[in-house]
Design a protein. Structure first.
Length: 429
């Protein structure tokens, strides 16, 4: 399994739970979670809702998963933003700045020393964050276990709880590793400005990214007040987003914001190009001006990257909002499943192709080409699918090449070590 340093891992491939899950779950009926009522013999879950962190998404499952950390004196926190060795977190005692660094994800026992779990296993290829695997780097949305009283009195991020979902893109540096944009997201709201040229390819790309993360995507058409009608755009987007809710709204007039709210649940992240109205919509959902918004260029409707950091804010009716900086170009990362779901119509058609490995190019009996031919599948959509698939294959091959190189380097090191050992043994005789 490939594993980028920031744990670019969907729910199915996530490193946690701990080696022996019964060590945690077996205790849930007898041990108290960090927010359980004192003396209560009930399940810790009974208290998750009364935690001050409930507004940030703390729930029964987290309460249970945290038991061993709580017993070790660690406190739970949700990561709002990470910045050069420090991160803003929210805790039951309010916001704090914590010292961060690569940490193990959910080891069976909370380590006394965060670096103790990052020793590399020589022969296996464990995932990021797993004991012996490359360590995890905290990101917005993570649930962390903090050890109080670190350097300068700041708490230290000692461990990360398993990520339920993770939004990963290929990193800006264009190396073969992924970059986690946000973790533990339930809804990805893809914002599309009705005031700018409709770029369906970008919608499809973001849908693949969202599906791959394990979260549920929703497409929000923003700035409805700037156009005479929304029906045409809604229909075109719906065609590029089969099975996905498409909602139009105007944060300026408030029209449709209720429908957007109804389509969101849990931790919500807004993704979309700069200037597409993420922060303005965020403020409408929050009911207050908590997020900075910016003007767009008159000529092309593009924004100026007003949001420069990620924020994590509780929504009034429940749920949590993450606002991300505008993403101009988002590269897919290991998103084969996400692509399959974003192009569910093509996936379904392909099941009827005569050949199992049909590339839908020239093959006889191709159901996908037949659908293009009879007008049921837009040619644009098949082209877009191909383009994104090519990109995804390319990223995957680069990650494979990197893993091969790492494996070769490791086996070289092992042979060197063996040679040295034999030499020393020979000398001993
Ligand atoms: N007319 C109108 N303008 C809007 C609406 N929503 C956003 N805008 C404007 O569009 C511009 C960009 O909005 P932002 O919310 O800053 O966009 P963003 O996606 O957060 O941009 P970045 O932070 O750069 O990623 C601002 O001038 C907003 O006032 C809307 O519903 N109607
Ligand atoms: Zn085919």
């Amino acid at each position: 399994m490939r594993s980028p340093p920031c744990a670019a891992l969907g729910p199915s491939s996530f490193p946690g739970p701990p080696a022996d899950p019964s060590r945690l779950t077996g205790r849930t009926r007898t041990r108290r979670g960090p927010f359980s009522r004192k003396g209560s013999k009930t399940l810790p879950s009974a208290s998750a809702g009364s935690s001050p962190l409930a507004a940030y998404g703390w729930d029964d499952a987290l309460d249970n998963a945290f038991i061993s950390y709580g017993a070790a004196g660690l406190i739970p926190a949700r990561v709002a933003a990470v910045d050069r060795g420090l991160c803003d977190v929210v805790t039951g005692q309010g916001p704090m700045r914590a010292v961060t660094g690569p940490v193990p994800a959910s080891p069976a026992d909370p380590p006394a020393d965060p670096s103790a779990h990052s020793s590399a296993g020589l022969f296996s290829d464990p995932p990021a964050g797993a004991p012996g695997g490359p360590p995890l780097v905290p990101c917005t949305g993570d649930w962390a276990a903090l050890r109080p009283g670190g350097p300068g009195g700041r708490p230290v991020v000692a461990a990360l709880l398993p990520r339920r979902t993770a939004i990963v893109r290929s990193s800006a540096s264009r190396d073969s590793r992924g970059q986690v944009l946000a973790a533990n997201v339930d809804t990805v709201a893809i914002t599309v400005s009705l005031d700018a040229r409709l770029d369906l390819g970008r919608v499809e790309r973001l849908l693949a990214l969202a599906f791959e993360s394990g979260a549920r995507p929703v497409v929000v058409l923003t700035k409805a007040d700037r156009v005479p009608g929304t029906a045409g755009a809604e229909a075109r987007v719906a065609e590029a987003a089969p099975g996905v809710d498409v909602v139009a709204c105007s944060a300026a007039s408030g029209g449709g914001v209720g429908a957007v709210r109804a389509a969101l649940h849990g931790t919500v992240v807004l993704v979309g190009p700069s200037g597409s109205g993420k922060s303005t919509l965020g403020n409408a959902l929050l009911g207050r001006d908590a997020l900075a918004t910016g003007a767009v260029r008159a000529g092309d409707g593009k924004g100026r990257h007003t949001t420069v950091r990620r924020e994590l804010l509780p929504l009034p009716g429940g749920g949590v909002l993450i606002d991300t900086p505008g993403l101009r170009g988002v590269g897919l990362f290991e998103a084969a499943d996400g692509l399959e779901r974003a192009f569910a119509d093509i996936t379904e058609l392909a099941a009827d192709c005569r050949f199992g490995d049909c590339a839908h190019r020239t093959e006889p009996g191709c159901a996908v080409l037949a659908a293009v031919e009879d007008g049921t599948l837009p040619r644009r959509r098949l082209d877009s699918h191909r383009k994104l698939q090519r990109e995804n294959d390319w990223i995957a091959s680069r990650a494979d090449a990197r893993l091969d190189a790492e494996r070769r380097a490791r086996s070289k090191e092992i042979s060197r070590w063996q040679r040295r050992m034999y030499r020393e043994r020979g000398r001993g005789r």
